[in-house]
Design a protein around this ligand. Structure first.
Ligand SMILES: Cc1cc2nc3c(=O)[nH]c(=O)nc-3n(C[C@H](O)[C@H](O)[C@H](O)COP(=O)(O)OP(=O)(O)OC[C@H]3O[C@@H](n4cnc5c(N)ncnc54)[C@H](O)[C@@H]3O)c2cc1C
Length: 569
């Protein structure tokens, strides 16, 4: 059996930052189903927020207020305060780690505007910020190679919990197909988001809810799953992201009549209103028949920025347009549509990354989570752009620290290795034994279509009930598929099926959360309940596993400095 003091699952920004924090005196394992540098963090484009005040005066208080207003007051304000205060230090630390940020003429780190931020606050490396940070952290890991063992292309199946303590994980080595137990005193999940549940998404293929569902299966509730962010500028029909930085640099959004329609929805902030508001505005224009070229899309027009600025600040976006649809944004607008982008909800933690089990915040000892898979909750009902790279880095560090402290204070527990392994082997064998006629590809595509249409930007009880019915039907069909590859070595078909099972569960949890929340707040919009309802719903959703059923509970929102107000832009 493999043993580590701390085992981290996920090697994006959150997982790598956590690893750096605990490797000084402890044995650390970092396990990831894709190579660390292929984690979705590397796709982040626009920037990372911090109130450095380099372009205009700024303060952590303003960053805090913008984040809370952006989140429609569902954020836990004590956590937001810690997080925005840590931001400037985190940026300089990343810089000293070797991350190359874009500069102003005087040499200081440049900062640009982003949706919902009242000041230019986004530090960036052209439009490849995630790439720059991810590689800087990866280098730091290489430097500490002796203390950290990286398990590349290993797959997490389940969490080992006994007597209210977490003791490790059950995993597969994808290359050999062997199922293994890794025992650990502390386990950190940093497994990212689950945008792949939806048809049109900006997310990488690996963003499939594995971590969230492994936690859920082990008895941890999921918090605020109904809050899924749709990004206003995913490539039409494909979802590939054109960063909000394009609008931060001054890009326009145009409808089919050539109008800058945001005037009608958020006159003060226009294209730089928060994402939930811009996505709804776009979808409203499309639904009213005012799409660009009469199609289901909107135009992102950058032509007026000029070639020099586009080449300096947005080179990747330009290349993506050319590579994927043959459109050069220097000469023509890009067709875009709202695309599933970010999960505000996830595995509930306190502000030290400790996973909690219920509304009374009882800890599941030895189990921690950070980054997009976690819900601290600093983003509330809607995350502001550039706040997620910051979340992953700040809480990666804090969670690494907590996990290390825990690991130093306890010994290895007792685990029933045979039973844990047998559970996963049985699940795999059961998939191999299926002889049904259902196609997993059809099930996956129908799930994505259903979630996009019935549980997307605009929701209502009719659509959501229909969605839930369809997802349950798909869960039944899922049991009647057939595998073609029954081999052990690099059996990607098997792992894709397991991922699909996780996504079907996640889809159900998102939909049940959305049905329950009879109000509109942040990224969750109910056309049958178009107003925010603080009397009934100023609380976090907790979705618990109850046998095969789901059970809902509420957790209070922590409000410290900013009582809820009407949210206008
Ligand atoms: C296209 C795009 C652009 C973005 N741009 C920005 C931006 O400019 N600014 C910003 O603040 N935010 C941005 N975001 C959001 C931000 O990038 C992510 O929220 C953040 O990077 C998530 O980091 P993470 O470390 O939590 O997870 P990820 O980087 O997603 O990493 C997840 C890790 O978990 C591992 N994993 C998952 N499941 C398993 C399993 N079963 N077994 C083993 N390993 C597993 C994966 O291998 C991977 O290493 C963007 C997101 C996208 C999709």
């Amino acid at each position: 059996m493999i043993k580590h003091d701390v085992l981290i699952v996920g090697a994006g920004l959150a997982g790598m930052r956590a690893a750096i924090e605990c490797c000084e005196d402890l044995s650390v394992g970092l396990l990831t189903k894709v190579y660390p540098s292929r984690s979705h963090s590397g796709a982040a484009q626009g920037g990372i927020a911090a109130a450095l005040g380099n372009s205009e005066d700024d303060s952590w208080e303003e960053h805090m207020f913008d984040t809370i207003k952006g989140g429609d007051y569902l954020n836990d304000q004590d956590a937001v305060e810690e997080y925005v205060k840590a931001a400037p230090r985190i940026i300089y630390e990343l810089e000293h780690f070797g991350c190359v940020f874009s500069r102003m003429a005087d040499g200081r780190i440049a900062q640009r505007s982003f949706g919902g931020h009242s000041k230019p606050r986004a530090c960036f490396s052209a439009d490849r910020t995630g790439h720059a940070i991810l590689h800087a952290l990866h280098e730091q890991l290489m430097k500490r190679g002796k203390e950290i063992r990286i398990y590349n292309e290993w797959y997490l199946h389940s969490l080992i919990v006994e007597e209210d303590q977490c003791h490790g994980v059950v995993v597969s080595n994808v290359k050999t197909g062997e199922v293994e137990i890794i025992q650990a005193k502390s386990v950190i999940f940093a497994t990212g988001g689950y945008g792949r549940v939806f048809k049109i998404t900006t997310n990488a293929y690996a963003s499939t809810a594995d971590g969230a569902i492994a936690a859920f299966n082990a008895g941890v509730p999921l918090e605020d799953p109904e809050f899924v962010q749709f990004h206003p500028s995913g490539l039409y029909r494909q979802g590939i992201l054109f960063s909000e930085a394009a609008r931060g640099e001054g890009g326009y959004l145009l409808n089919g009549k050539g109008e800058r329609f945001m005037e009608a929805y958020a006159p003060a902030r226009m294209e730089l209103a928060p994402r939930d508001i811009v996505s709804r505005a776009e979808q409203s224009e499309i639904d009213a028949g005012r799409g660009w070229n009469g199609e289901g899309c909107i135009a992102l027009d950058l032509r007026h920025l000029g070639e020099a600025r586009i080449m300096e600040r947005l080179p990747q976006i330009r290349q993506l347009g050319i590579d994927f649809i043959g459109v050069d944004c220097i000469k023509a607008p890009l067709p875009i549509q709202p695309s599933a982008h970010y999960s505000m909800g996830g595995i509930p933690t306190d502000m030290f990354g400790q996973v909690i089990l219920n509304k009374d915040k009882a800890p599941l000892k030895g189990f921690f989570a950070a980054g997009e898979c976690a819900c601290v909750s600093v983003h509330g009902g809607n995350r502001l752009g550039t706040n997620s790279l910051l979340d992953a880095t700040v809480f990666g560090e804090r969670t690494g620290k907590s996990a290390a402290e825990h690991a130093r204070s306890v010994g290895f527990g007792q685990i029933n290795e045979g039973r844990e392994k047998a559970g996963v082997l049985k699940q795999i064998e059961e998939i191999f034994q299926r002889t049904g006629t259902e196609s997993y590809n059809d099930i996956r595509n129908t799930m994505k279509d259903t979630m996009m249409e019935q549980c997307g930007v605009f929701r209502d009880s009719g659509k959501l009930n229909e969605c839930l019915k369809q997802i349950k039907l798909l869960q039944e069909k899922f049991k009647k598929g057939k595998v073609t590859d029954k081999g052990k070595v690099f059996n990607t078909e098997l792992f894709e099926i397991i991922e699909l099972g996780n996504m079907l569960k996640m889809a159900e949890i998102i939909t049940v959360g959305a049905l329950n929340r009879e109000e509109s707040r942040g990224g969750h919009y109910r056309t049958d309940f178009p107003k925010r309802d603080d009397d009934k719903f100023l609380n976090h959703t907790l979705v618990h596993k109850d046998g095969d059923q789901l059970k809902l509970d509420k957790k209070p929102v922590v409000i410290t400095k900013y009582p809820p107000k009407e949210r206008t832009y």
